[in-house]
Design a protein around this ligand. Sequence first.
Ligand SMILES: [Zn+2]
Length: 114
Amino acid sequence: MVLIGLAQLCELLPDLRQAAASQGRSGEVEELITDSATGGNIAERLASLLRDLDGPELDERGGLPGLRPGKPTHERYACPYTPQCGRESERDPSGPIPECHRERHTPRNMRLEA
Ligand SMILES: [Zn+2]
């Protein structure tokens, strides 16, 4: 599912960008973001890029990073962009507001869910 691809990407972006940059493959990461934001299916390319970069494994069983089920006991935050990347995050009581990393140079605070 497309939105899940982008949600995964969002969560992984800081590490992914760093790993890709060190191997001269930054362009591929930005391309994946663009494609996934416009509805492309990036799951396979993302998985193979992660393999190449020796990055974090995607969880194939559906336990996606940033998409944990469970009761909302903390404040929940959602992606601030339109369309949303689908990622949700919880804020630790004393922690910083989670950020969406989709835009490279301007991380945006995620939006507090009602
Ligand atoms: Zn996002």
